[in-house]
Unconditional design. Structure first.
Length: 328
């Protein structure tokens, strides 16, 4: 367990032991405590709330692995389980805030927490609730960055498909589409819970105007991030449609070439079958070598010449040539 304590409003970060953090929580008026738990749960791991001396609160969920998203007010305090995108995976940050302190708990190192800590000396939030909204905004920003990056990958992949189509592109598109679904399914339930909680809180007269402003700004940012994720989903679907259209176009070109070749050889096949029939006239009258060459070869050459002439005079030959050059 790694415990970091941020003294506010100075924003000074110190690493300490959980027992010292417990003492400072009881005495400080404005404190931020970040706890990094091991990635793997230990069988004898004590609840974080117990170690910090917060037994009086209903905080059994704080730091517990596998917790669902949460956004609720608990009287004079509030509890959040916030999804964050880290290295392509969705990790949940547990946050508990009162008027005096903000406690965040997560498993393994987390970049957004470090970014938030670095911002504090410059942002200088007025209180713990303002700091909480900075954390929530930073969590939204991780979803925004992931959505924009994936959207750019989809656009680049679509351009690459029009230059040269390859089967590997389908697999890459499927992964991007799955990433879009992961972002949407991870963020939407949390935003619904947060929006309901904040709206209900803003309707009460005890919610200060400054905090209402922060809540409205956060809700606008949340809707913007959802729009970015929806754009990613639309772009991935459009890329699949483009790939299918390219495949259909290539198949149509192949079918067109086969139809042209079949048209050329259809009269030749008819002549071959006709003169190959075992009738008396065929066997008795067509015995000379000159007649054989005239009918067997000459007629086929004439038919082939006529077919090629018709193709050349029409646009079918040009279309066949253009399709072949496009494939190259």
């Amino acid at each position: 367990m790694i415990v970091s304590v941020v003294s506010m409003p100075e924003g000074i970060v110190t690493r300490t032991h959980v027992s010292e953090a417990r003492e400072r929580l009881a005495a400080s008026r404005f404190l931020i405590v970040d706890i990094e738990l091991p990635t793997e749960t230990s069988p004898d791991e004590q609840p974080v709330a117990h170690q910090l001396g917060l037994e009086a609160e209903d905080l059994a969920w704080l730091g517990r692995e596998g917790e669902a998203v949460r956004a609720e007010f608990l009287g004079e305090s509030a509890g959040f389980v916030v999804p964050v995108v880290e290295a392509g995976q969705v990790i949940h940050v547990h946050a508990f805030v009162t008027e005096r302190y903000l406690v965040t708990v997560h498993r393994g190192p987390l970049g957004p927490i470090g970014t938030l800590t670095a911002r504090l000396p410059h942002e200088r939030p007025a209180d713990t609730v303002a700091t909480l909204f900075l954390l929530l905004e930073e969590a939204l920003e991780t979803f925004r960055r992931a959505a924009v990056q994936a959207l750019l990958e989809v656009e680049d992949l679509e351009d690459e498909m029009f230059q040269q189509r390859r089967p590997q592109q389908v697999y890459r598109l499927a992964r991007l589409r799955r990433r879009a679904a992961l972002l949407h399914h991870s963020l939407l339930p949390y935003l619904e819970a947060t929006d309901e909680t904040l709206t209900r809180r803003m309707m009460s007269g005890s919610f200060p105007e400054e905090r209402q402003r922060l809540a409205r700004s956060y809700q606008r940012s949340a809707r913007s991030v959802l729009t970015d994720i929806a754009s990613l989903q639309d772009a991935s679907r459009r890329a699949f449609v483009s790939y299918s259209s390219l495949v259909s176009g290539e198949q149509n070109g192949v079918i067109n070439r086969l139809a042209i070749v079949s048209t050329i050889f259809l009269p030749l096949s008819f002549l071959t079958g006709f003169f190959g029939m075992n009738f008396t006239y065929m066997t008795d009258e067509l015995e000379s070598t000159s007649v054989f060459w005239l009918l067997a070869v000459g007629l086929q050459a004439i038919v082939l010449f006529i077919a090629l002439y018709v193709l050349h005079r029409t646009r079918l030959w040009r279309k066949l040539r253009d399709d072949s050059s496009d494939d190259l």
